[in-house]
Every structure is written in C-alpha cells, then in structure tokens.
Design a protein around this ligand. Structure first.
Ligand SMILES: [Zn+2]
Length: 477
C-alpha cells in the first residue's frame, strides 16, 4: 500500500450532521417503502412465484424513478427480469460507478421455523425481520435514500458520479442468465468500478470492506472398471478396481502440508501482501468460536497460513462427494463397475479457471490405471476477483464507511464465489463490496433480519461515497 493511501485511510473525516438529519427525517418513509417491497415474495427458485419476481422488478423500477433516476428499465431475460437504472453526473469527466444487487429472495415458509410470516415484515427492537431484509432488498434499497441524501445535502441535482444500478432477479437461483445479460448490455453497463451491495461486514461494531472473492471450478470424475459389478472371489485382485483408483486419485490431491499437488495449480496465484496479512491478523478473530460455527473439531489446511488466510486468500481443492460400489446393508463381495468423485477448486486472483480445468484433466489422465475408462466433466466456472488495498475507489469506500460508522474500517475477503466476478470479467472494472449485513442476519435461514441502525449506516455511507469518489478519483481518459 502506498504511503498516500495509508494516510488517506487513517485520515478521519467528521460525519456530516446534515446527512444524519436528512436520514433521520426520511427514515420512517424509507422503512415503510422497504417493508412494501419485502411483502412481494420474489422467490426466483419457485416457478409459481414468477409473477411475484416480475412484480418485484416493476416495484423497484417505479421506486428508482421516484428516487430521481432519469433512466430506469426492466430488462427481460429467459428467466427473471433485472432492473437497470442510470443517472449521469453533470460533469462528463466524473467516474462511472455500477451498483450491483438482486431483488429475488430465497424460498421461505412460516413452517421452516419463522416466528412470523416471512413476507410480512415485522420490527422487533432494532431489527427488521423478513425474507430479503438483508439478502438483498435492504442492501439494494439503502442506495435510494443514500443518493437522495447526497443530493439534498450538497445542493446537487445529479449525483457527483455517473451512477448506474443493476439489480438482477435470479441470484438466488444461480444467476443462470446473468453473464449473458451483462454481455448483451455491456455498453450500457460500462463502468470504472462496480460496487456490490450483497455482502456483509465482520460485525456490527467492526465495519469492514471486502476486497475480493474466490472463484470456483467444479468437476465430476467417473471411473469405470468392469462392464458390471463382478465377483470379488472370482476376479478380485486380478483386475483394476475403479473405487480403489478413485481413492488413490483423491489421496494424491494434497501433500503432507495440505498443499494441492496438481502441477501448475499455484501458477499465477496473487499472494497476500505482508500489509494485508498484518491487517487480517488484526481482525478480532476467535478461532474457537469459528470452529463452533464450522461445526468442526480442529482446523486443518495449507501449512504456513492462518485460518482466515486459508479461507480467504488461498486456493483449495475439496472433495465434495465420493462414491462407488455397494453401499447397502451388510456386505456384497464385488469389484464394482464404477466409482466417482466430485471435486471443487476455490480459486484466488491470478488463477485462470480454464488453466485449472486443463491441468486437472492432464493430472487425472496420468493417474488412470490401465483397464479403467474415465470421464471428466466440468461445470461453468466462476472467476476470482480482488481489488488492491490502495485502489482509489476502494479507499473512497473505506473513507465513506468510516465517516458513517465513526470507526476505523478494516479489511476482509470473501471465501465464497459469486456472479460479481462476471461484472469484473465482462466490464473490465474492479469490483468493490459495500455491505452492512452482519453474520447473525440469517441469510437463507428462518427469521432473516437486518439491523436497522446498520441499514441506515449503509444509507449514510453512500451519501458520502459519491462525492468522495468524484473528488479523489478522476477519470483518466
Ligand atoms: Zn444475496
């Protein structure tokens, strides 16, 4: 990290009382509007809710027009529609920012263990409970009041940046059409930076900015031995056993230091800098608590790395499923006809999923015993993304967030993988993550909620962010 970025990061800026007053004045109407949206059960995975997902898109489009976006369009896909909005800055040289979120939600039913109807929002104390409150309607919606607070308190009639929003409707069902949607509309979506508001922070009292996400490559490998299960007494020990061959393959995947042995696997891996490792080590991480959350009894992973480094900054190879042969009660003395393994690889910045596919295929091919036929199939991969700590747009997010929270903002990464990487990939823009959700929000779980004070901190962060970005990051073309 440059000395300048370091200085900017620690430079504290006073929160703006006019922004806070504006948010306070509009808080009730904002929460009422959000509740109205949350009442629409936009469950993308369930075909009988398709009309609700469309209604959710139309509702959001109307609300974005009301917010002031001069261009708002509902974009059809072969599945659920997305909402696009655009509000140009007065200054043509201002940077362009694309906000990403989604308006569909996970399925939810009272009998799953909800204390109240998941689609009838209730406020209990500081918590707003409803499906989608945190994931992701609440976090999309804070941008609407945020941009209004930005305008009202600066006297502007347009945001300080060219502001675009893309809110998809299929995130909870795999974003099946997302990449082609982004490719189709790449010109309209062009941006200098993407801000993803579909993540969270470390904890309510520890605001954090996520700087990257791992990618994902997945495959299934089938090994076929005899044409059918055969007698182990008559033939066993004299023909190759596909289950043994799969087990040997899996056993060879890692060395004694839990490093992946596939030649070329670590090619290009972007190592965390010393500065980033030090920052990660400063997070208030309780490994015992983490293990309880992991429902596991010991940590295990690549030597020379901490647990957080392992889940955020290192690539992995994981066996997701393995099987073959007789699995019923008692015994069945056979040489099985086939065996299989499902593998997934979490990838970090610098790794190319196409390269990973090639080296996994090559590695497997050299490990198949004579007499075993095999097939290997890869699913569509997700690329990793990573924004350097000293990227000016990332530093703007950090400053805006620390102003809103009156706290130092720390850095995290995300070990999972998501469609945000498609935006980075197609648009060629860095992806930044601005989320205010906390781990207890219960994403995809019963009684999902959002902490109202944090939601309003999200509003406040974006009220500061656009001005900061426009000031500190001029267009370089
Ligand atoms: Zn989400």
């Amino acid at each position: 990290m440059s000395a300048r970025a370091d200085k900017l990061m620690t430079m504290s800026q006073a929160p703006d009382s006019a922004v806070r007053t504006y948010i306070e004045q509009h808080r009730a109407a904002f929460l009422d509007d959000l509740a109205e949206w949350l009442r629409i059960p936009s469950v993308s995975a369930q075909p009988d809710h398709a009309a609700d997902v469309r209604r959710s898109a139309d509702w959001l489009a109307a609300k974005l027009r009301e917010t002031g976006f001069p261009t708002v369009e509902v974009w059809a896909t072969p599945g659920a529609p997305a909402v696009f909005a655009e509000w140009p800055a007065d200054d043509p040289a201002a940077p362009t920012v694309l906000v990403y979120g989604h308006h569909d939600v996970q399925p939810a039913a009272r009998e799953d263990g909800w204390d109240s109807d998941p689609f009838e929002p209730v406020v209990r104390g500081n918590r707003l409970h409803a499906r989608g409150a945190a994931d992701d309607k609440g976090q999309v919606f804070f941008h609407t009041l945020g941009v209004r607070a930005h305008l009202a308190t600066t006297g502007r009639t347009a945001p300080a940046v060219h502001l675009k929003m893309l809110v998809e409707g299929e995130e909870e069902s795999g974003s099946v059409h997302f990449r082609s949607l982004v490719e189709e509309h790449a010109d309209r979506l062009a941006a200098d930076a993407v801000i993803v508001s579909d993540t969270g922070m470390w904890a309510g009292d520890t605001p954090t900015v996520c700087t990257g996400m791992r990618g994902l490559a997945e495959c299934e490998i089938q090994f076929h031995g005899p044409d059918q299960d055969i007698h182990s007494g008559s033939f066993g020990g004299a023909v190759p056993n596909p289950a043994t061959a799969v087990a040997r393959l899996v056993a060879a995947l890692h060395d004694e230091h839990a490093r992946v042995t596939i030649p070329g696997f670590y090619d290009g891996v972007t190592e965390p800098t010393d500065r980033e490792r030090a920052l990660l080590a400063e997070l208030p991480f309780d490994e015992e608590q983490w293990l309880r959350t992991a429902k596991s009894y010991a940590t295990h992973g690549e030597a020379g790395h901490t647990t957080l480094e392992r889940v955020w900054t290192r690539p992995t190879a994981e066996v997701n499923g393995i099987g073959g042969g007789y699995q019923g009660p008692g015994s069945k003395t056979i040489v099985p006809a086939s065996a299989m393994v499902k593998l997934s690889f979490r990838l970090v910045a610098g790794q190319d999923p196409d390269h990973i596919e090639k080296i996994v295929r090559d590695w497997t091919a050299t490990r198949v015993p004579a007499g075993i036929r095999y097939a290997i199939t890869f699913a569509a991969a997700t690329r990793p993304c990573l924004t350097p700590l000293d990227h000016p747009a990332l530093q703007s997010v950090v400053r805006a967030m620390s102003r809103a929270f009156d706290k130092r903002v720390r850095y995290t990464r995300e070990g999972g993988s998501g469609p945000a990487a498609d935006l980075q990939d197609v648009l060629g823009a860095p992806v930044l993550f601005l989320g205010i959700s906390v781990p207890s929000d219960g994403w995809h779980a019963p009684n999902e909620k959002v902490e109202i004070d944090l939601l309003l901190k999200g509003v406040e962060t974006t009220a500061y962010l656009w001005g900061d970005l426009a000031e500190s990051w001029r267009h370089e073309s």
